[in-house]
Design a protein around this ligand. Structure first.
Ligand code: ATP
Ligand code: MG
Ligand code: MG
Ligand code: MG
Length: 479
């Protein structure tokens, strides 16, 4: 089944169950001080859950563009290295705003997966919330009993707060959830380890596909839970993961959501996907990141040096760097993928079609300017190499290149090794640590998504770096 048909089948299934189909909201949030990007399908409906606004229809279904690159839900470090976390992904959802609750949500999810999509019941597992002492919550017996009507009890697993209590962030609507996982390993692999031991263990073929959240609480600023006046259903299914299951492939990147982009990258770079580890990582990174960047621009968020624009700029630079390092692309090329993207996604998300030229131009310019930075860095690195006595470049010098000129440290390491030189990594890390301490001291709060970059803070891009060294962007609480 083609991805396009999978998407429409999902929507029409819920339309038949009296849901109105609504379009995806823009991914970039402009007026929410608590969140930068839509990171889940429920975000645009937050006010309905809180009872501050009334929806036109109590039942809604959609596919929402989500971005998980900052804050509580940040998957960026995984992207490219695993096969099922993306920066931008589509979250298919069905919603009940104070209308139906667990019974229907569970029954319909099961009907859709097993009857409409025909997924074999024997590859599915479900989880229920085991309860949480700190929140004074018991196990979700109601969900457990409902699942028992559909699936054998040994396939219903209990999960902790981390996996089975869904929260958008530190505050806001939340509640216990039940997740549906698939085990798409071969029979041989299954005989070795039971699937239930691999659920939520980061196995690339035992993955979560759908989360059914039973929203009944609001997490207040002081951390306590208050019961909401009405109970709601919020479900989110990863579209690309569903396509992986239904198309019988082992990776989201082998679905028709990604293969056209990957073929185009292969053509442009003259590299092959599936032959070399880092080439593959680079191709996955680029095919993923171009979607995030293109849709952010189409939604009105241009790359910039502060706030959400800064996050977008860093994502694009991460893609450029992987292309530069592992695909030998020294000139702009990512912008050339927008054409394929618009062809592939334009029918479901027309904004990418209407904004195509703008998106291409912005990406091209960003690529050019970052490639210039890389070029300048190379000149400086050559100078450092010439001045180096012995076989090791000092951590201090490498750090200067990284910190002042934005030259990525792993690239430095790679170039040095090509020249038969070593990098004093320990020295570099010490410098990095010192800098982290300096910036920690300078910031009031080292926080997450909730905060906005302080305009006058040091937010100019100084190395894109930190994505690779696991240092999160330091943002500052707005004062
Ligand atoms: P995971 O445990 O795999 O990281 P999650 O529990 O963080 O997923 P949810 O917040 O429950 O995910 O989101 C609902 C659904 O969205 C998931 O069941 C999954 O199918 C999909 N999903 C979540 N994160 C991503 C991502 N980064 N890329 C693609 N799909 C995702
Ligand atoms: Mg996650
Ligand atoms: Mg999970
Ligand atoms: Mg989940």
């Amino acid at each position: 089944m083609k991805s396009q048909d999978i998407r429409s089948k999902f929507l029409s299934f819920f339309e038949d169950k009296k849901h109105s189909i609504v379009p995806s909201a823009p991914m970039v949030l402009k007026n929410d001080p608590t969140l930068m990007f839509v990171n889940a399908g429920m975000v645009p409906f937050k006010e309905y859950f809180l009872g501050n606004a009334t929806p036109k229809s109590p039942r809604v279904t959609d596919t929402q563009k989500c971005l998980r690159v900052s804050g509580k839900h940040n998957d960026l470090d995984e992207v490219g290295y695993d096969t099922y976390h993306h920066t931008l992904f589509e979250m298919l959802g069905n919603w009940s705003f104070g209308d139906y609750f667990k019974k229907e949500a569970i029954a319909w999810s099961w009907e859709l997966l097993t009857e409409v999509f025909g997924i074999d019941k024997d590859i599915l597992y479900v989880t229920v919330f085991e309860g949480s002492e700190e929140d004074g919550l018991d196990m979700d017996i109601e969900a457990y009993d409902l699942w028992k009507q559909h699936i054998p009890e040994d396939r219903i697993l209990k999960g902790n707060k981390k996996d089975n209590f869904w929260e958008m962030g530190d505050q806001g609507p939340c509640g216990p959830c039940s997740e549906i996982h698939v085990d798409i390993r071969s029979a041989e692999e299954k005989a070795k380890v039971p699937g239930k031991d691999l659920v939520n263990q980061d196995h690339p073929q035992v993955v979560e596909i759908w989360n059914l959240v039973f929203i009944q609480f609001n997490r207040k600023a002081n951390g306590s839970l208050e019961t909401l006046p009405n109970k709601h259903i919020d479900t989110g299914m990863g579209f690309e993961r569903l396509c992986m299951v239904l198309q019988g492939v082992q990776s989201n990147y082998d679905t028709d959501v990604f293969t056209p982009l990957i073929r185009e990258i292969e053509t442009i770079t003259n590299k092959k996907y599936g032959q070399d580890k880092m080439t593959d990582v680079a191709i996955r990174v680029i095919s993923d990141h171009v979607r995030a960047v293109a849709f952010s621009i189409a939604d009105g968020q241009l790359p910039s040096s502060t706030g959400a624009g800064y996050v977008i700029r860093r994502i694009l630079r991460r893609a450029v760097r992987y292309g530069f390092t592992f695909l030998d692309k020294k000139e702009p090329f990512i912008y050339r993928l927008v054409d394929v993207l618009s062809e592939k996604m334009g029918h479901a998300f027309p904004e990418i079609k209407t904004q195509k030229t703008l998106v291409e131009n912005v990406i091209k310019e960003e690529e050019q300017s970052f490639l210039r930075t890389l070029d300048q860095g190379l000149v400086l690195l050559n100078r450092i190499v010439e001045e180096t006595k012995g076989d090791t470049v000092s951590g201090e010098k490498a750090f200067e290149l990284y910190d002042t000129y934005g030259f990525p440290i792993d690239l430095t390491g790679l170039i040095l090794s090509e020249k038969g030189l070593k990098l004093d990594e320990k020295g570099f890390n010490e410098e990095l640590q010192k800098q982290k301490e300096r910036s920690r001291a300078a910031s009031e709060v080292n926080a997450d998504d909730w905060v906005i970059v302080k305009e006058d803070a040091e937010t100019e891009f100084v190395g894109y770096d930190t994505l690779e060294t696991n240092v999160k962007i330091t943002r500052y609480r707005k004062v």
